[in-house]
Design a protein around this ligand. Structure first.
Ligand SMILES: [Zn+2]
Length: 405
């Protein structure tokens, strides 16, 4: 049994309970006790206390692409210009060192669990050896009717390879790229596969005005894009509602990523499907300019915060992403800071179907420890944490300490 204590322990339950001079006792992969440090020290011995520190569930970044860890050569300012630059960049895959450095920066910001979208499987070994908790989203992309069968075969092969890596910390999941890049026949098969597996299922959705225009009017950027790329695609595969209807009655845990162009009624439709939204504020700002209203969205359905990849962000530092969301949302700052910490812990764990994200008996011992100067003197704990935490001093995944930063 090991006991870790800190000036403030964020339990990250729905009421956002904070323990002053609190502690967590854990053995193996699981938490055994949570409470007052002095009591737990007496009860179990083997205790360490960290002054002016916050102990909380390890942060969860539910949306990134480790395969795209080369940050050079991308064009920002409009979604269309960015997407065109992605096609040029994808010709050269990033190196193992670049992917490892991306994972190191996630760990440094206190991320113990990553939702990684994998388009090609190049990131499989690096993620499996990372010691992080990984939700590995094998992504399906197939925008031509003629190429659908081979896209499906290739996809299934990647899924089967990833299945061999499944472990207590490596969880397989599925992803559809987006409504403009997956033909209906493939989407139907994918949802069926996700139902069978009852896993998480992620999709980029309404990320740009260009996408909305294509889905609503069959016109704009994607009209020209497909005229060059695949001339037989003269109109969108779906309207917005018909796309969402593909996910009706699914047992999979749905994550709709971005949704910056979604209306309130479309967000309410996702809520009825039992889904969550993942917002990536800095990526959205760089590409389309518009960021999702966190408070408004979070009132309709759980809104999580992800970094997206280095192809559309300046770093994978989740603390910076949370700070961006904190400064950009039009909402009272103190309750907003609590909602953001919960978004990156308990709510993200629920959305991904993981038994972590909260410091409670029986839950997985995924925890992060941050030095936050003067934290013991504040009663605005979540806000002080978001403003002043810089890097995780220690990080545990399944009770295993990953080494100091
Ligand atoms: Zn993405």
């Amino acid at each position: 049994m090991e006991v870790i204590g800190a000036s403030k322990v964020f339990v990250c339950d729905d009421a956002f309970c904070v323990l002053d001079n609190g502690a967590v006792a854990f053995e193996g992969a699981h938490i055994c006790d949570v409470g007052d440090f002095a009591t737990l020290q007496k009860r179990y011995g083997n205790a360490r206390f960290h002054d002016d520190c916050v102990l909380l569930p390890a942060l969860i970044n539910p949306h990134t692409h480790i395969e795209f860890s080369d940050s050079c050569g991308f064009v920002f300012g409009s979604f269309g210009a960015w997407l065109s630059s992605v096609f040029t960049q994808r010709q050269k895959p990033c190196s193992k060192e670049q992917m490892e450095s991306a994972l190191a920066s996630l760990r440094k910001s206190g991320v113990g669990c990553v939702g990684a979208i994998s388009s090609q499987g190049h990131d499989l070994d690096v993620l499996a050896c990372s010691n992080l908790r990984v939700v590995y989203f094998n992504e399906l992309i197939g925008s031509s009717h003629e190429g659908a069968e081979s896209a499906w075969e290739n996809f299934l092969q990647r899924v089967q390879t990833a299945d061999e890596y499944a472990s207590a910390t490596f969880h397989n999941a599925l992803a559809a790229h987006s409504p403009y890049s997956v033909v209906p026949k493939l989407l139907t098969r994918l949802v069926c596969e996700a139902n069978k597996r009852q896993c998480a299922l992620s999709v980029h959705f309404l990320e740009s005005l260009e996408e909305r225009q294509w889905l609503c009017e069959d016109s704009g950027f994607f009209k020209d894009f497909y005229a060059n790329f695949n001339p037989s695609n003269t109109q969108s595969f779906y309207r917005i509602e018909s796309f969402l209807e593909h996910f009706a009655n699914t047992k999979a845990r749905l994550l709709f990523v971005h949704c910056t162009q979604a209306s309130e009624s479309e967000l309410a439709h996702i809520a009825r499907l039992g889904g969550s939204v993942v917002s990536c504020p800095r990526s959205n700002r760089l590409l389309g300019g518009k960021m999702l209203g966190f408070k408004k969205t979070n009132a309709i359905l759980p809104c999580l915060i992800g970094t997206d990849s280095l192809a559309s962000n300046n770093s994978l530092n989740l603390l910076e992403e949370l700070r961006t969301a904190l400064f950009c949302a039009h909402a009272p700052i103190v309750p907003l800071s609590v909602a953001l910490v919960l978004a990156a812990t308990n709510n993200a764990a629920r959305a991904l179907g993981l038994d972590c994200g909260i410091l409670q008996n029986g839950k997985l011992a995924d925890m992060a420890l941050f030095h936050v100067p003067q934290i013991r003197h504040t009663h605005q704990e979540a806000l002080t944490f978001l403003l002043h935490a810089t890097y995780a001093q220690s990080l545990w995944v399944g009770g295993k300490e990953l080494g100091g930063n």
